[in-house]
Ligand binder design. Structure first.
Ligand code: BES
Ligand code: ZN
Length: 615
């Protein structure tokens, strides 16, 4: 009895001390709908990862040790999904743990018992076949076709499927890793990286700046390094190194221009790894090592705005991070804006405006697609209970961009640039949500310079406000006239297109009249052979039009199928599958998808499963 009273007393003490201490580990922590962790009770601050990459079993096995900041908690909660947790230690001694019921989106809460003064925990674990972050590739799926390949994709909430972790963007940790791979392969991470293979397949990594868990990344393959400057370079398979090196040779200039715009590059090294074509994104801004699709290697540097984009994330995203996935537009909208500014410095206003106009058309189409769910066109989202991927669309990117461009035009570039520089500096290595941003904007730009602006309408209302910046491109106006002329004359005039850039071709293809006749598509394809374009972007938009307009010439159906089987970039393949669906050809789409699906990373497969009602 006495003992119980004593324990009750302790409990009361514990509760009262709990309510007295405010946000002690992460000041201003915002409730996170996509993580089970309770960082204000106990939070991870540093990770020591020690893993073995087993290509035979296709699993990663090892231990994740954490330094923790402990707010006198009796438990620390990590996120875990599809992991086998073998055992857990607290300060070197075995401790008890439990897994909560499985949640389709979030996985399981891994609840680890600790003492109020526990400083370290270690989780022994292995991944499973269901892992969503990892894609294990057979040699056949790589460029050189001689060795297997592995890469991870952490954003948005997939890191927990290969490392047990507090998987919220508001968490920041430094990390060290020891990674064992087969000795004929090289491992690289979002960290300080090796430039050559080691003889024994042991690799050691260090990320000295604190990063959010979604930015922890690993790639393993038969890759080589080639420097572009003393702080930029390329990792790729042998047959891709030279091509990638040429394509991305402006990388050092991009970093220098970015620094001139918004302040010093905070991560020392900026490298890019070119992955096999199943990589589900154009690019992923893993710190120090951007992951990129090979589909941007066009041979003429025409798709390198992707590199400017991922580089820009070194400020907007990696340095100043969205607090929750509802604030995703703060990552992507700012990054598109910054990307356009880098492109303008390097290649001029015409190029930047063409890119912006393409984004403006994407936005128009996205808004049309959301006509029944207008809430999805707001910048600030509410993704509770949904997959954060639902917010990964043109709204965050292109409406976010348009908002910032409109602000820039309203305030004037000089004031806006001062504001942005200050924004990155003040929030470096921290997270920010939309509300905090609005306050910062009011205080440091709008009120400061007495500027009236409808910020709330832009951020919290559906659609696009009337004061939007109007983006014009003379080049694109010429392209539009050219289309009309070709159709009217029933003939093409190649002199009009001979200097066209990729962006002009993309605009040309995307803006055919709705009632364009098959004979005109035949005429255009005979003249320009778009079906066999080596440029993945031009090919992709042409395939979309071929499907829209029932064009079957030039063996285009086979080309579309080949493309969908080889490429796993989600934006490309979903554009094509959507076109099939829109035109009542879901059966054709499914027949191809049956062959292609096993080549896709889980994020692409999940999207296409939903789109086509697969399984
Ligand atoms: N961070 C994104 C990719 C991402 C977003 C992955 C959300 C997972 C969840 C990356 O920076 C990106 O935006 N990639 C674009 C490139 C582009 C807009 C130039 C892509 O993959 O197409
Ligand atoms: Zn991005």
């Amino acid at each position: 009895m006495k003992k119980i009273a004593l324990q009750l007393g302790c409990l009361v003490l514990l509760i009262s001390s709990c309510s007295n201490k405010q946000n002690t580990t992460i000041p201003g922590y915002i409730e996170e709908p996509h993580s089970f962790s309770k960082p204000n009770e106990a939070v991870i601050t540093h990770l020591d990862l020690d893993i073995n990459v087993d290509f035979d079993k296709e699993i990663i096995q090892g231990k994740a040790s954490y330094s923790i900041k402990n707010n006198k908690a009796s438990q620390i909660i990590l996120d875990s999904k599809f992991l086998t947790i073998e055992s857990v230690q607290a300060d070197g001694k075995d401790t008890s743990f439990s897994l909560s019921d499985f949640d389709e989106q979030l996985g399981n809460a891994l609840k680890i018992d600790i003492n109020k003064d526990t400083k370290h925990i270690t989780v022994f674990y292995k991944t499973s076949q269901e892992t969503e972050a990892l894609q294990w590739l057979k040699p056949q799926q790589t460029a050189d076709k001689t060795h297997p390949f592995l890469f991870t994709q952490g954003q948005a909430i997939l890191t927990r499927t290969w490392i047990p972790i507090q998987d919220s963007p508001q968490i920041r940790i430094t990390y060290n890793a020891k990674v064992q791979v087969p000795s004929d392969l090289m491992a690289v991470m979002s960290a300080e990286n090796p430039k050559v293979k080691t003889p024994d397949g042991h690799y050691y990594f260090k990320m000295a700046q604190p990063i959010s868990p979604y930015l922890i990344a690993l790639a393993v393959g038969d890759i080589e390094y080639k420097a572009i400057s003393n702080r930029t370079g390329i990792y790729a398979e042998k047959s891709m190194v030279e091509k990638a090196h040429y394509e991305f040779s402006d990388m050092e200039n991009m970093v220098a221009s970015a620094e001139a715009l918004y302040g010093k590059y905070a991560w020392e090294q900026f490298d890019v790894i070119v992955l096999p074509p199943s990589f589900p994104f154009g690019g992923m801004e893993n710190p120090r090592l951007t992951f990129a699709t090979p589909t941007v290697i066009a041979g003429d540097k025409s798709l390198t705005s992707l590199i400017a984009h991922e580089l820009a994330h070194s400020w907007s995203g990696n340095l100043v991070t969205n607090a929750t996935w509802d604030d995703f537009w703060l990552n992507e909208g700012f990054t598109v804006y910054f990307e356009m500014r880098i492109m303008e410095v390097l290649y001029g206003k015409d190029r930047a405006n063409m890119l912006a106009r393409i984004g403006r058309q994407d936005l128009e189409e996205e808004i049309e697609g959301f006509k029944d769910t207008p809430d999805d066109t707001k910048l600030k989202l509410n993704l509770k209970g949904r997959n954060p991927d639902d917010g990964m669309n043109s709204i965050a990117y292109d409406k976010g961009y348009l908002f910032l461009r409109t602000l820039e035009e309203t305030a004037g570039r000089e004031k806006f640039d001062d504001f942005l520089k200050n924004y990155f500096q003040k929030h470096a290595f921290s997270t920010i949500n939309t509300e905090k941003f609005v306050r910062f904007l009011n205080e440091n730009l709008l009120e400061k310079h007495d500027i009236a602006f409808n910020t709330e309408e832009w951020i919290y209302k559906a659609g696009i406000p009337d004061n939007q910046a109007i983006i014009t491109s003379n080049k694109f106006e010429t392209v539009e006239k050219t289309i009309q002329q070709f159709v009217k004359n029933n003939a093409v005039d190649k002199t009009l297109t001979k200097d066209w850039t990729t962006q002009e071709w993309v605009h040309f293809v995307r803006n055919f009249p709705n009632d364009i006749k098959t004979e005109h598509l035949i005429m255009i394809d005979e003249a320009f052979n778009l079906t066999n374009s080596k440029n993945s972007y031009i090919a992709m938009v042409w395939y979309e039009q071929a499907i829209n307009h029932n064009y079957h010439g030039n063996n285009v159906d086979t080309k579309i199928e080949d493309f969908l089987i080889k490429v796993g970039r989600r934006w490309y393949v979903s554009t094509i599958y959507k076109a099939f669906k829109r035109n009542d050809k879901t059966d054709v789409a499914l027949a191809i998808y049956n062959k292609a699906r096993s080549n896709y990373h889980s994020v692409t497969a999940n999207t296409i499963d939903d789109l086509l009602g697969f399984k």
